[in-house]
Design a protein around this ligand. Structure first.
Ligand code: NAD
Length: 360
């Protein structure tokens, strides 16, 4: 192991890391709890065939820290956490492994709630919940919200309209050109919203199957090869596939005014946010605008019941939040992501101060 774990925890303000191993099931999992000032940690379970344990630890730490910002900016009662499991989900995921993940979550006694992420689904949460009381986003038939992609896409759509209002003075996306990278669950629903509004839509996908499914329903959509998407002349570029794609090389190719998409951690480094800012490209921070899915989980947990209208109306507030961040970024000449992080961290600090006072 080459990383200094405590140094990484210090850099990211991580409260706790729990390593879980079971030689009988083969489970190797890491639960990172970044911050519980506001409430218990909440975050997805990523099952991935990591190349090394170091890589898995760093991913858990980074993802949990990102969740802290997401939970706070969404105004929720939760802090950031994440589980990573070192395994190939296609080969190793089964009932026993999932139950074992749940068993270790239960040992944290409510300090952390687990949900779906890359490599896990709402259905997997059913197996996990056989061993823990602290699983969220179960399918509807099990009392959970189910697939969070609809609110996530709605939030991104709201952010696109807000950024359009900021840039062009109108939030109408009619005749605006929008290039979407990745048309899976979220990207596919975004195409529906945008096509209803009369936008010109360009898409790219990793497989012909995903783009073909969109084309069959929306024949006017233009499909471009995956590596061509960055170069498209457009109003809005919407990354809905992968993180880390806003690096120096790709930013150089962009011909858009606005970036607003669902993918987590789109900036490879915080400094790429500065490059976008200097180029005058408006970046709607991912952890602000893709919170619809998180809202569906936290709202259902808080209320004890599923209510789509309530979730969508909370998600709609992403419009105003995005606008406020874009205005502040312009006024203070600071990249949008840094503004959003400051808002999220200030809220946590102030709530911490309230909770520190002993008032009977
Ligand atoms: P998904 O897996 O359903 O869709 C992603 C799509 O991107 C797939 O069709 C995949 O083939 C495609 N893709 C992969 N690499 C690509 C490339 N290089 N170029 C073009 N397409 C490529 O995932 P999703 O649920 O739609 O989520 C999209 C993104 O948003 C992910 O990064 C996810 O982490 C993030 N996100 C999703 C939610 C949610 O509610 N689903 C919530 C928050 C964040």
């Amino acid at each position: 192991m080459s990383i200094d774990i405590f140094e990484e925890m210090k850099k990211s303000n991580t409260e706790q890391i729990v390593f879980n191993y079971n030689k009988d099931t083969g489970l190797k999992s890491i639960i990172a709890i970044n911050d519980t000032t506001v409430g218990p940690a909440l975050g997805g379970c990523r099952i991935l065939d990591y190349d090394s344990t170091d890589e898995a630890i760093i991913d858990a730490i980074r993802l949990a820290a990102g969740m802290t910002h997401k939970c706070s900016i969404a105004g929720s009662n939760y802090g950031g956490g994440k589980t990573v499991v070192i395994a190939d989900p296609k080969v190793d995921k089964n009932e026993i492994l999932l139950r074992d993940i749940g068993k270790f979550v239960q040992t944290l006694n409510g300090r952390y709630y687990i949900g779906p992420d890359v490599g896990t689904t709402s259905q997997d949460m059913v197996e996990i919940s056989n061993q823990t009381d602290y699983a969220v986003s179960l399918p509807e038939e099990y009392g959970g919200f189910g697939d969070p992609s609809k609110p996530t896409a709605y939030g991104v759509y709201m952010a696109m309209k807000s950024a359009a209002k900021f840039k062009y003075g109108s939030d109408s996306l009619k005749n605006k050109t929008i290039a979407i990278q990745g048309v899976g669950k979220v990207g596919g629903i975004l195409v529906e919203y945008l096509s209803k509004e009369g936008a010109n839509i360009i898409i790219s996908g990793r497989t012909e199957e995903s783009t073909g499914a969109i084309l069959s329903k929306f024949p006017d959509v233009k499909v471009v090869p995956a590596d061509e998407i960055y170069k498209q002349e457009c109003d809005i570029f919407s990354p809905c596939a992968l993180g880390g794609i806003l690096n120096e090389e790709n930013i150089e190719k962009l011909k858009c005014h606005i970036i607003a998409g669902a993918a987590n951690n789109q900036l490879d480094e915080l400094s790429s946010g500065q490059i976008l800012h200097d180029k005058g490209i408006i970046f709607a921070p991912d952890f602000v605008i893709n919170t619809g899915g998180f809202i569906s989980a936290s709202d259902t947990l808080d209320a004890g019941n599923v209510n789509m209208d309530r979730v969508m109306s909370k998600t709609e507030k992403i419009y105003d939040l995005t606008y406020m961040i874009l205005e502040k970024s312009k006024d203070e000449d600071i990249p949008t992501t840094e503004i959003a992080i400051k808002i999220a961290e200030d809220r946590i600090r102030l709530i911490g101060k309230i909770n520190n006072k002993f008032i009977k």
